[in-house]
Ligand binder design. Structure first.
Ligand code: AHR
Length: 356
């Protein structure tokens, strides 16, 4: 039972006891005793109302969301908003931090003040959370990390984490490129010039994808990382950075965009520069997320591959909360199973079966 619910439950029991026992001691005159009886009935009714109110009490969840920077993020917000609804027994307090950590910290402090039952945090960056999460812990509010991880020396500051395995995603992108180069029949020693559009620097999605891809790059001595720069996970910044890469380098073979939206921006920049991309073009484009628009870009022949990252964390977090409500233990770190998609697949069919 939630903290709020428990409070109401205790008051309901106290009201019932008061109603049953009456307030004062000693024998009563008959009229006085009738008045006491009817007042007891009334109080018992009040207790019942209070009890049923308590039964209807919602679990209050505060969600500190990163922002609205990408299609993925929109799908993630939708997943929470459609899961944490009154019909499912929840009240959701949603906060969009506009990609700023200070806004997320403020939102968490507001949630603590409002005495929410659970705090869900999608941390914009990995570091700098210890103080505010300690405040949540001191207030007895469990924190569930969703989508991204934090760096902390005290794991007790959060109850559970559900997200993609970002290092694995980066390695999947690297393995995909290895296979693709082989398939294209390129000479083993031929130099492959790569540029990377990174996500928000310091976000676990950026750190993991960059590191994971670097693990595979280290095994391919002919791969050459020309440049890495953040595109902040947005389409406009992705386009801007790609424009500048195209001005600096005239021999880019591969673009790794750390999300689909930056890849869409990069594709626009490539076309505007008079170059071509995709399976039939000069530049190979790989991205992450696999939102529906990425399937459209692959079907259009602009994007080569997208590494899946699931945004559908609403039901996963709800499952964790339900277990905690029952007093059950939950797995601390829960990685979501993810795959990848490329133009060799039946993309129309796969796209039609996907939720985002
Ligand atoms: O943390 C997940 C990443 O954040 C997604 O790849 C990106 O689109 C989002 O903004």
């Amino acid at each position: 039972m939630s903290k709020r619910g428990l409070g109401l439950f205790v008051s309901a029991i106290m009201l019932t006891m008061l109603a049953l026992t009456g307030c004062g001691g000693g024998a009563k005159a008959p009229e006085e005793s009738k008045a006491v009886e009817s007042s007891a009935e009334q109080k018992s009714e009040e207790a019942k109302t209070e009890e049923s109110k308590q039964a209807k009490e919602k679990i209050v969840v505060g969600y500190a969301q990163v922002g609205a920077e990408s299609d993925w993020r929109t799908a993630n917000t939708e997943s929470f908003k459609s899961t944490f609804v009154p019909e499912n027994g929840y009240e959701l307090i949603f906060n969009d931090a506009q990609q700023k950590q200070e806004n997320q910290i403020k939102a968490i402090r507001d949630f603590i003040q409002q005495e929410v039952d659970y705090i869900v945090l999608a941390p914009v960056v990995e570091t700098g959370w210890d103080t505010v999460l300690q405040e949540a812990k001191d207030a007895g509010i469990p924190v569930i990390l969703s989508d991204r991880m934090i760096k902390t020396s005290d794991d007790s500051l959060y109850t559970a984490l559900v997200c993609g395995d970002f290092i694995k995603e980066g390695e999947t992108a690297g393995h995909w490129l290895e296979d693709y180069i082989k398939l294209k029949g390129k000479n083993h020693d031929e130099k492959i010039n790569i540029v990377t559009l990174q996500g928000t620097i310091g976000a676990s999605a950026q750190v993991g994808r960059t590191d994971g891809f670097a693990n595979i790059l280290a095994k391919n001595s002919n791969w050459n990382m020309l440049a890495k720069q953040t595109g902040e996970f947005t389409q406009s910044k992705g386009q801007e950075v790609m424009e500048s890469f195209l001005k600096q380098f005239d021999d880019i073979d591969v673009v790794v965009a750390e999300n689909d939206n930056m890849a869409f921006g990069a594709i626009d920049a490539i076309k505007a520069a008079g170059k071509t991309c995709g399976p039939e073009g000069e530049i190979t484009v790989i991205s992450y997320d696999a939102v529906k628009a990425a399937f459209d870009a692959m079907i259009a022949g602009d994007l080569n591959a997208s590494i899946e990252c699931s945004p559908l964390h609403g039901p996963r977090v709800a499952e964790i909360i339900q277990k905690l409500e029952k007093g059950e233990t939950v797995e601390k770190i829960q990685y979501v199973d993810e795959s990848y998609f490329d133009t060799s697949m039946d993309l129309e069919k796969i796209k039609s079966e996907r939720a985002y």
